[in-house]
Design a protein around this ligand. Structure first.
Ligand code: FES
Length: 570
């Protein structure tokens, strides 16, 4: 097998010339023949002025390079797409698969024997792991790490659960313009990813659980020396893997490790986005993702992690409490401890190295959980034949069984135009319905599922309502919110035929979300459904590719042509 600089030679019809040509050019950077004969460690650089979550990228790249050199490898840094949540139009999810394709093709195209994937903001780590799983080259992940907390009037705050909470206070008139301006400068006091159990932290935990990152790598704060040492150690490990050729992601992403990741996703109060990304990652490794198993685990496994939005602490506190290895120690009887880790051992070895931190309230025990059930429940019913999800750990207990009158918004634009109108006919016990916000409909399934409480109800003190949609929501958000309804309205799913005034029933215990009309009426409406006005279809470029190939939420919103196996519902 060819390795190092000899890998993937450019096609000139003469392999010896291709190598000579490659060396001639790379020597322009001053490399010696000795350096060029080493195993090559590719290192992704996802720095971008648009991405403050990756604001420590230069430090991490430098540390990973040092590690690779210490272990006798040749580090080669290369750029890929970078995606930040608030600088991604129309939504970051629309770009995740593009980043996965970019990363995959750059790993394939350029000579490297192993790769260090450095990312962090929500969609970046899933995109990178999807890519690495597809190439199946030895890979190790370094998250950029969570930001530190801020303070406002003696209260600890952080992006971005508190962004939503404080914005809701501003909308309700409890905070003024000056105060909200001050808050905007305190919510993200350092570089790094959101400091709560949002999607970025969720995916960092999922990836460490899958064995694709070193122990403690999910939690070390972005600005701590620990973070740089983890990057150095990851570069070192990557050089060893480059020399040995293993383990590849295919050996790490297995049925056992995906089940472990499901357990952790439930126990950390993880983001609903994490479910979509884990499904997509599993799909790239030919591992079937079983939504029903995920739901059953949610009935058995309580939320142990006391982090926002389900609890009260932040990621830096999780790190100080022992990080993911300490959490997995609590879950050890529920995990497959023989699952291998990129560190060289198994999950059992990571747990054996976990720090014991006395008198902490961040990682609860199974005997004293934060919530009696897992983070998420998977719902079915006549509104969601292929499933929907609710983050029950961040929902209102009194709304978990609820029937109410539907108030329907046809799109995110329709909702924005009407939700705060004083003449909107809406009451606190209604069910807000948002549609045409799924993978194809919006497109890209924006995080619009966190419908704001209508202004006139917010001003009456209403804090939560049942809200349902085919959209996603930020992992930092909270409320009784049903998401990812599949099939989505834009392809004729039942959500498309709900009418304002219909009654909808949510029953989380029974795992049901139903439109309370009889079957014949539902069938009649579905048969008569025509999207009006017809959805404009893109005619060129990535938008056309996305529209043609994106799969539904229950299949991870991957592109149909990128799965290892043909998907069941393509
Ligand atoms: Fe980047 Fe939250 S916006 S992690």
């Amino acid at each position: 097998m060819t390795t190092g600089l000899r890998k993937g030679l450019t096609s000139y019809g003469d392999a010896a010339f291709s190598l000579f040509h490659r060396k001639a050019f790379i020597k322009a950077l001053g490399y010696s023949d000795d350096a060029l004969d080493r195993p090559i460690v590719g290192i992704t650089n996802t720095a971008s002025d648009y991405n403050p979550c990756h604001g420590n990228m230069a430090d991490l790249v430098e540390s990973a390079k040092r590690g690779a050199l210490l272990a006798g490898g040749l580090p080669m840094v290369f750029p890929t797409i970078s995606i930040h949540e608030s600088f991604a139009y129309p939504t970051s999810m629309y770009l995740r698969n593009l980043m996965a394709m970019d990363t995959e093709e750059m790993i394939r195209a350029q000579a490297m024997d192993a790769v260090v994937l450095i990312g962090g903001c929500d969609k970046t780590l899933p995109a990178q792991v999807m890519a690495a799983a597809s190439v199946d080259l030895p890979a190790i992940v370094v998250a950029t790490g969570p930001m530190s907390v801020g303070h406002y009037r003696g209260e600890v705050i952080g992006a971005c659960t508190d962004c939503r909470r404080l914005w809701a206070q501003f909308r309700a008139g409890d905070l003024g313009e000056t105060e909200i301006d001050v808050v905007s400068g305190r919510l993200a006091p350092t570089v790094g990813t959101c400091g709560v159990m949002g999607t970025a932290s969720t995916m960092a935990c999922v990836i460490e659980t899958l064995g694709l990152a070193l122990p403690m790598s999910a939690t070390a704060p972005a600005t701590h020396a620990d973070r740089r040492r983890i990057a150095e150690a990851s570069g070192q490990r990557a050089a060893e893997m480059a020399a040995s050729g293993s383990p590849t992601p295919g050996r790490l992403i297995t049925g056992a490790s995906v089940r472990n990741a499901m357990v952790v996703l439930q126990a950390i109060g993880g983001s609903t986005n994490g479910l979509i990304h884990l499904t997509a990652i599993a799909g790239r490794a030919s591992v079937a993702f079983d939504l029903e198993l995920f739901d059953r685990l949610g009935r058995e496994i309580p939320v142990l992690l006391n982090l926002k939005p389900s609890g009260s602490h932040y990621m830096e506190h999780f790190h100080a409490a022992g990080g993911l290895p300490a959490l997995m120690r609590e879950l050890r009887d529920l995990l497959d401890l023989t699952a291998p880790s990129v560190a060289g051992g198994t999950i059992a070895d990571a747990i054996a190295g976990a720090e014991a931190v006395p008198n902490q309230d961040v990682i609860r025990t199974l005997a004293n959980p934060l919530k009696p059930m897992g983070a998420m429940a998977v719902l079915h019913g006549n509104l969601a034949p292929r499933g929907a999800v609710i983050k029950q750990s961040a929902a209102s207990p009194e709304l978990m069984q609820h029937a109410g009158r539907a108030v329907v918004f046809d799109s995110a634009e329709d909702m924005a135009a009407r939700i705060d109108r004083t003449d909107l006919d809406v009451h606190a016990d209604d069910v807000l319905v948002l549609r045409n916000t799924g993978p194809k409909g919006a497109p890209g399934m924006p995080e619009a599922g966190y419908l704001p409480i209508p202004m006139k109800l917010a001003r009456q003190g209403v804090k939560d309502m049942v809200r349902i949609s085919d959209a996603r929501m930020s992992g930092t958000a909270f409320g009784t919110i049903v998401l990812h309804i599949a099939p989505e309205a834009a392809v004729g799913g039942p959500l498309a035929v709900v009418q304002t005034g219909d009654r909808i029933r949510l029953d989380v215990e029974e795992r049901r979300i139903d439109l309370l009309i009889d079957d014949d009426e539902l069938a009649r409406r579905l048969a008569a459904w025509r999207q009006m006005p017809p959805r404009p279809r893109p005619t060129r470029g990535y938008a056309k590719l996305f529209d043609r190939a994106v799969l539904q939420a229950d299949q991870g919103c991957d592109f149909d042509f990128l799965l290892r196996e043909p998907p069941p519902h393509s």
